[in-house]
Design a protein around this ligand. Structure first.
Ligand code: UDP
Length: 195
């Protein structure tokens, strides 16, 4: 695995195309996996938080999200062509999913936003199958029910928009129960897509 370490966080040397290829390998492998798009803010937070750093270093794919990360990697002699952001990954994964018939579940953002984002994504990729949506403001007591509803929808791809690093902890903690091959934290992406 070709990685550069910045503030103790391993980041894969990938551009958008390679990130998508690796994401598809994880989907086809079928074992629950975690993808993180890492920006400098979160890398800095991780340098002060062992648990967060561990989550990042155990992730199956970590993309360079943000010019700060790209510069730091270049400074260390790694040629990173471009940043690979959460929203890039959402669009690229939805296009892939539409082509291959992979099911996508959207979890997170304020009530109504994930549905609106799903609707916009369906307009962009008519063959896309969104197998469920759920807002990101469930209570602790509701968490098990949320996890169960995701598991029962059997997505190949779970997009989690709870903000970083909450989404990263959520995925790391629950990916086995969720049983989803590819789980990705996408920050404020649903708000952007919903418009
Ligand atoms: N959010 C959520 N549940 C929470 C906290 C946040 O669903 O308990 C959502 C929020 O509505 C927004 C996203 O998470 O859609 C966070 O967006 P932000 O741009 O703040 O995150 P970042 O991109 O900085 O990770």
């Amino acid at each position: 695995r070709n990685r550069v370490y910045i503030l103790g966080c391993g980041i894969d040397i990938v551009d958008s195309r390679l990130a998508l290829k690796k994401a598809e390998e994880l989907i086809l492998r079928g074992i629950p996996s975690q993808v993180i798009t890492l920006n400098a803010e979160i890398a800095y937070a991780a340098s002060l938080d062992d648990r967060l750093r561990q989550v990042i270093n155990e992730a199956d794919l970590v993309t360079p999200d943000g010019i700060g990360i790209v510069w730091a990697a270049r400074h260390k002699g790694y040629d990173i062509k471009e940043r690979v952001t959460g929203i890039d990954m959402v669009y690229n994964l939805c296009q892939l999913a539409a082509n291959k018939g992979y099911r996508v579940f959207l979890l997170g953002a304020s009530p109504g936003v994930a549905e609106k984002a799903a609707c916009e994504l369906k307009k962009m990729y008519p063959y896309l199958i969104i197998c469920g949506t759920r807002d990101g403001y469930f209570r602790e007591e509701e968490k098990e029910e949320v996890i169960k509803s995701i598991r029962e929808a059997r997505p190949h791809i779970l997009l989690v928009a709870l903000g970083a690093p909450k989404q990263e902890f959520f995925i790391s903690r629950h990916k086995e129960e969720l049983g989803v091959p590819l789980c990705l934290g996408v920050g404020g992406s649903f708000d952007v897509i919903a418009g």
